[in-house]
Design a protein around this ligand. Structure first.
Ligand code: SAH
Ligand code: SF4
Ligand code: F3S
Length: 481
């Protein structure tokens, strides 16, 4: 177990071990020696900054990188002050991708000024061979490039870079390996994301994730439970179980276990008060899971259930494997079993071949389900996916028009559904001091809505009963009860 390792006792003069994670502990110890000499030379510790550009899984990976950097001896700092900047990239849509090149360009002068400076790039974008080619050609000042399958090797890659002057590139096409027991640096003391599975096998026709995250692999349930028990002992009371398609958890394990069964195991863990998960794929959401959610005291009354489109024709072309009617039936079933559940979704506008009628079907689903909120995306063509070569790509102005119309509808409905809790008293987990008013704190309801109310930082991480006095569109102003 990681907590029990003393890095200073590792013999770095010996050959590195071949098994994991021992090998990485060895390289962490090695980098630590380098940090000591840096400190002697410069009179200070080196500073690092890890920035993530993607989803919650990407954010979780960044925490692992920060954990490794902390063990090596780096201090955290802002991007401008850091000696080592790591961009953990996303490539789900083209704009996520473009932002990274922009930010990299801005880092170049900073690197020129700071002789110690290193730049690392990792994450989903690095799994695209064209991206790595471009970096090798036009961004020679990058020091370390690695992908999504080998982030556990970060310490080893840093050690390699420190020993040579060359750009270190290590990208794996796929893996079946899951390395446990590496360090971790949580953003919050009281809540944490936990990977329960990696990769995706669904191949929705627009989506690049299966190509950059590899095949679906579930973590051993004992490792998950052990990690959560440890987190609970360390003060964590809310967990977010992470996977691209949590509803298919466990199918590939030697002793198969369903996601609903895993949830029941986690429910038993003392100290855990709230359980969240994402993302659920409608095609795999079982009756068993609905039953477990309805019976649970800890599973939050919130489900993110991406619909993507309301048109069965488009859903077929997207390879989502459900129809509009099946989706709406599922929503009915959920609402019957868990009446106060809050539903949120993802919607893509302008998928190839989307007609005005198809778009109307999407609006129809939005009006029928009445989501608490929805993330709306303009379809982005991802090279290598089946949708990228489909006929009838939709012109930009048509998409923009539909997008604006959808957003208006989604927002109007969300404001109404959000307001129904006005006047009730609910339990809030306080997360932070309010961004706009330092005399207030911000917390979340079980259904994921934000609430701001008067209070100080001693409340952070605590559960407080709050009266939801006033709904302001997508959040509440409340008062302690
Ligand atoms: N695994 C999750 C979602 C991962 S990506 C799921 O299946 O729901 C998050 C969201 O990005 C998706 O739900 C989808 O709405 C959006 N998305 C994915 N690929 C996209 C693309 N090519 N263009 C626009 N949006 C996309
Ligand atoms: Fe992409 Fe579909 Fe997998 Fe989600 S389920 S990550 S949208 S392929
Ligand atoms: Fe982006 Fe990779 Fe997540 S492409 S959305 S960071 S899985």
């Amino acid at each position: 177990m990681y907590n029990e390792i003393d890095l200073d006792k590792i013999d770095i003069a010996a050959e590195p071990p071949t098994e994991e994670p021992a090998r990485q502990y060895y390289f962490m110890a090695k980098c630590r020696e380098w940090v000591k000499s840096f400190e002697q030379e410069n009179g200070r510790l080196p500073k690092s900054c890890v920035l993530n550009f993607g989803c919650q899984m990407n954010a979780r990976d960044s925490e692992k990188l920060r954990g490794i950097l902390r063990e090596i001896g780096y201090e955290e700092a802002s991007e401008e002050q850091a000696d080592f900047v790591i961009f953990n990239t996303c490539t789900v849509r083209e704009n996520a991708n473009t932002r990274v090149y922009g930010r990299l360009g801005q880092l170049k002068p900073q690197k020129k000024k700071n002789p110690h400076m290193m730049i690392g790039l990792c994450g989903c974008m690095m799994q695209e061979p064209e991206v790595v080619e471009k970096l090798k050609k036009s961004y020679r000042f990058v020091d370390i490039i690695f992908g999504t399958h080998n982030i556990f090797k970060f310490a080893e890659l840093v050690a390699t870079r420190l020993e040579s002057d060359r750009m270190v590139i290590d990208i794996w096409k796929d893996t079946d390996q899951i390395v446990e027991d590496l360090p971790n640096e949580r953003k919050y003391t009281f809540k944490s994301g936990i990977n329960i599975m990696f990769g995706c096998n669904n191949f929705c026709s627009y989506c690049i994730v299966p190509y950059v995250r590899g095949r679906e692999r579930s973590r051993d349930p004992r490792a998950i439970v052990r990690e959560i028990e440890r987190l609970a002992a360390d003060g964590v009371s809310e967990v977010m179980l992470l996977g691209q398609n949590v509803n298919s958890y466990g199918k590939t394990l030697d002793t198969p276990l369903t996601f609903a069964q895993l949830l029941q195991e986690i429910e038993k863990i003392e100290g855990i008060r709230r359980i969240r998960f994402m993302t659920s794929h409608p095609k795999d959401l079982s009756d068993e899971l609905i039953r477990v959610m309805a019976d649970s005291k800890k599973i939050c009354k919130h489900l993110h259930l991406p619909v993507q489109s309301g048109s069965t024709d488009i859903l077929t072309k997207m390879n989502r494997r459900y129809t509009k009617e099946q989706y709406l039936n599922l929503v009915d079933k959920l609402r019957r079993a868990v009446p106060d559940i809050s539903l949120t979704t993802d919607i893509i506008v302008g998928f190839p071949g989307e007609t005005e009628e198809d778009f109307e079907e999407t609006l129809d689903v939005v009006r029928k389900v009445r989501y608490d909120s929805a993330f709306t995306f303009i379809y982005s063509k991802r090279t290598g996916t089946p949708a990228a070569v489909m006929e009838d790509q939709i012109p930009e102005d048509v998409i923009k028009n539909r997008f604006d119309k959808l957003l208006k509808e989604v927002q109007a409905i969300a404001a109404e559904t959000c307001a129904i809790h006005e006047g009730t008293v609910q339990e809030v987990l306080v997360e932070d001091i309010c961004d706009h008013d330092p005399t207030m704190v911000t917390g979340r309801l079980s259904n994921n809505l934000l609430v701001h109310f008067h209070g100080g930082k001693e409340l952070i991480g605590k559960y407080v009963d709050v009266e939801l006095s006033e709904c302001r569109g997508f959040y509440y102003i409340g008062a302690r009860r």
